[in-house]
Design a protein around this ligand. Structure first.
Ligand SMILES: [Zn+2]
Length: 77
């Protein structure tokens, strides 16, 4: 069975490709599933909340970029 691009916790490393979660493939999958419903940002926040507890040594700014920043719609100038 091909492993899915899901986080191994509490390390938050992708079990399929070994990159920090959510890896690029996971972001594509999450966006495909949640963008239409408008819940993508909320999913990002929920992951941030869990990860902040489980990765206390990681700066919040880094967690923000990793879990939330990419979920925000691209703003047109
Ligand atoms: Zn992955």
């Amino acid at each position: 069975m091909i492993p899915q691009h899901l986080a191994t916790r509490p390390e938050w490393i992708c079990r399929a490709c070994g990159q920090p979660c959510p890896c690029p493939q996971a972001r594509v999958r999450l966006a495909a599933v949640h963008q239409e419903t408008g819940k993508l940002g909320r999913i990002g926040y929920e992951m941030l909340e869990l990860a902040a507890k489980e990765l206390p040594d990681t700066p919040v700014a880094e967690l923000w970029d990793r879990f939330v920043a990419w979920t925000e719609p691209v703003r047109q100038p």
